[in-house]
Design a binder for this molecule. Structure first.
Ligand code: ADE
Length: 251
């Protein structure tokens, strides 16, 4: 997968993209991440990227020209000029976008290539939204200083579900949300810590019992913390009955 990020602050990405799972995925060639400085796509002497809002008001607005020029350059560079928006999504990170979740990650993972635009200041010129951007994503109902941290979140979520990105000791399949439920509780050594014991079943070696216990833990945790997720989770008949029991407080 090839991810292009348009930003005014390229240095913000240095740390997060040169550590851990993302770094390994880059080194393995699973993902290529190109950071483009929006300022490099200005054509005036002072490299102006923003301007005052028409109609007045506080803050500055990102100008359309550098963003259109950057996207055109990327499309040309990768021989994508023929590709329509369906093949090369241009995604604006903004608190006004649709909420990002695991399902959105799976959708985006289908693309070979995508462009993420990090908004800044008071916003971006509306013509960018109307005529350049194909999708708008928010990572939560709060306002960040810019789209950079949000872009990092999207990249991280995308990379960790790529086949081969996680080592054998790590697994995306067990992650919270990957099955539509929150993850079960995990324990490691010591078996007894300050008098708090690891649940017996995990020491039993009975894999079927452990799997059942974990699924129950996932259900319990989800019903307590995020009952909204249960509406869309895929559950067996047995799990539905278990859930009914939990709901009635029988467990
Ligand atoms: N830019 C500022 N706030 C944001 C958010 N919550 N999600 C995505 N991009 C943003």
């Amino acid at each position: 997968m090839h991810i292009h990020i348009l930003t005014l602050f390229p240095n913000m990405f240095t740390g997060p993209f040169s550590e851990s799972i993302i770094k390994r995925a880059i080194d393995q060639g699973l993902v290529e991440i190109a950071i483009h400085n929006i300022r490099d796509y200005t054509s005036d002497r002072h490299h102006v990227v923003d301007d005052y809002p028409y109609g007045g008001g506080p803050g500055m607005v990102l100008k359309p020209e550098p963003l259109f020029a950057a996207v055109a350059a990327i499309r040309g560079e990768c021989g994508e000029s023929e590709k329509g928006e369906a093949e090369l999504p241009v995604i604006l990170l903004t608190p006004q976008g649709r909420l990002f979740n695991q399902r959105a990650t799976e959708e985006l993972a289908k693309y070979e290539e995508l462009i993420l635009i990090c908004g800044h200041y008071e916003g971006v010129d509306e013509r960018v939204r109307e005529h350049l951007v194909t999708d708008e994503i928010s990572i939560g109902d709060y306002v960040l200083s810019g789209g950079e941290l949000a872009a990092m979140v999207v990249v991280d979520a995308l990379v960790r579900q790529m086949p081969g990105a996680l080592g054998s000791e790590e697994s995306a399949g067990e992650d919270s949300h990957s099955s539509g439920l929150l993850e079960y509780s995990q324990y490691t050594r010591p078996q007894s810590f300050r008098g708090w014991e690891v649940p017996e079943v995990l020491l039993s070696g009975n894999h079927a019992a452990i799997a059942r216990w974990r699924r129950e833990q996932s259900l319990l945790r989800t019903i307590k913390r995020r009952p909204d997720l249960l509406e869309r989770a895929t559950l067996s008949d047995e799990e539905r009955m278990l859930l009914e029991g939990m709901r009635r407080g029988e467990d």
